[in-house]
Each structure stands twice: as structure tokens, then as C-alpha cells.
Unconditional design. Structure first.
Length: 259
């Protein structure tokens, strides 16, 4: 019962983590314009992994996708790749986990097969969570580096060189989603350990039972080999007594003489 609960909880937590990774990757607010020095502005800018947006004070928002790949920084492309790999592994782990649940019966699937599938899905969730956490952390490191470089330029009198960007809401969603996927994968690996002992105990009992049957069957063959000489002797004695009757008449042995 505890193994089933651990599997179901791991599946639910991992599903939330994978869904959070998808939402975080699709969000546009990975980096938002810092309004610390200018809280009142007519234009608010924010950027995501796939496009950059500009929101005006009138409420009108215009987004422009990144039409080029070669013009983007290498670390930016690495973040994209990590998030996509995490999503793909998470979805595959969910598909494997559905068939690995102990409460789901599919034909005559044994617990050993379910244990292997549970371990596989757990490893996929762990790798997906690490990919999401790594991708978000790399992007956050880029923001911190650019933020302090922009701050240094501002102190040198170059205030209009570039805008400063800070953490967006997508980063926090990605961190939480990666942590949930990681925890869900660990729970699936723990549930796999609960499935293995049942198989080992079943094999031990069947082996001992077969050993007792073999020793029991070999016994009668050794004992039964000694009855043939005695049976022949008794039959021979019966025929001699029938031939030697007192009144001289020929008598035949009865059926009890053969026993």
C-alpha cells in the first residue's frame, strides 16, 4: 500500500513539475526592465526565450519574436536547449510512469517489469528537473552579470547606453517546477525499491517447495525394489503346498496364497 501511495504521489508531483516547465518556457517574462530609478515610465520592456515585448502606458503591448538564431548569445541558446530537453524527458517519463503504476493492471505484467519502468521514469524526472533548474540558473547568471555591468556604466555617466533587466516571474516558476520534477523523480526511485523485495521472496518460496517435492518422490523407488524376491518366494511356497496334499487329490492354490 505504501508503494502505491509513493508512486501516485511521485506521479502527481512530477506532473506538476513538467507542467510548470512547459509554462515557464512559454512565458515572456524571463527578464523585466528594472524600474528602481524610474518607477514612472511610458514604456515597459520584458523579454522571454522566444520574443521580446514592449508594453506602453496606454495598455497596448507589442511583441516581436527573435527571427534569427545565429545572432543570439550562445548561453541564451543553451538555456533554450536545456528547457526543451527537460520538457521532452518529462513527457516521456510521464508516459512510462502511467504504465508503471502498481494500481494499473496491464495484462500479465509482473512486478519486476513495473519496478524497472518505475526506476526509468524516476531517472527521467530527475534529469528533467536538473535540466530546468540548470537552464533557469544560467539565465539568472546572465541577468546578474548584465545588471552589474549596466550599473557600472550608469555610475560612469552613460545612463542611456542600455536598460537594466532583473528577474522575471518565469524564472521563479522554472525553479519551482524543476524542484517538483526532481522530488517526484526521487519518490519514484524510492517506490521502485518497494517493488523489488516482493519478487525475491516469491522466488525463494518456489525454490524451496520444488526441492521438497523432489526429495519426496525419490523415496518410494528405493523401498519398492526389495519386494520382488519376497513375492516370488511366497508364490513358490504356495505351489509346493498345493502339490503335497494329505488325501492325494490334486488341489489348486487359492487366491490368498498369492498374497
Amino acid at each position: 500500500m505504501s508503494t502505491t501511495i509513493c508512486q501516485v504521489m511521485g506521479f502527481i508531483v512530477s506532473s506538476l513539475g513538467v507542467a510548470g516547465c512547459i509554462v515557464s518556457t512559454a512565458m515572456d517574462m524571463w527578464s523585466t526592465q528594472d524600474l528602481y530609478d524610474n518607477p514612472v515610465t511610458a514604456v515597459f520592456q520584458y523579454q522571454g526565450l522566444w520574443r521580446s515585448c514592449v508594453q506602453q502606458s496606454s495598455g497596448f503591448t507589442e511583441c516581436r519574436p527573435y527571427f534569427t538564431i545565429l545572432g543570439l548569445p550562445a548561453m541564451f541558446q543553451a538555456v533554450r536547449a536545456l528547457m526543451i530537453v527537460g520538457i521532452v524527458l518529462g513527457i516521456l517519463g510521464l508516459l512510462v510512469c502511467i504504465f508503471a503504476l502498481k494500481c494499473v493492471r496491464i495484462g500479465s505484467m509482473e512486478d519486476s517489469a513495473k519496478a524497472n519502468m518505475t526506476l526509468t521514469s524516476g531517472i527521467m524526472f530527475i534529469v528533467a528537473g536538473l535540466c530546468a533548474i540548470t537552464g533557469v540558473s544560467v539565465f539568472a547568471n546572465m541577468l546578474v552579470t548584465n545588471f552589474w555591468m549596466s550599473t557600472a556604466n550608469m555610475y560612469q555617466g552613460m545612463q542611456n547606453v542600455q536598460n537594466r533587466y532583473t528577474f522575471g516571474s518565469a524564472l521563479f516558476v522554472g525553479w519551482v517546477a524543476g524542484g517538483l520534477a526532481l522530488v517526484g523523480g526521487i519518490m519514484m526511485c524510492l517506490a521502485c525499491r518497494g517493488l523489488i523485495p516482493e519478487e525475491s521472496r516469491y522466488k525463494a518460496v518456489s525454490y524451496n517447495a520444488s526441492g521438497r517435492n523432489i526429495s519426496y518422490r525419490t523415496g518410494p523407488y528405493k523401498v519398492g525394489s526389495g519386494y520382488e524376491p519376497e513375492t516370488k518366494t511366497r508364490k513358490g511356497a504356495g505351489y509346493e503346498e498345493a502339490a503335497r496334499s494329505e488325501d492325494g487329490r490334486r488341489s489348486y492354490p487359492s487366491k490368498y496364497d498369492y498374497v
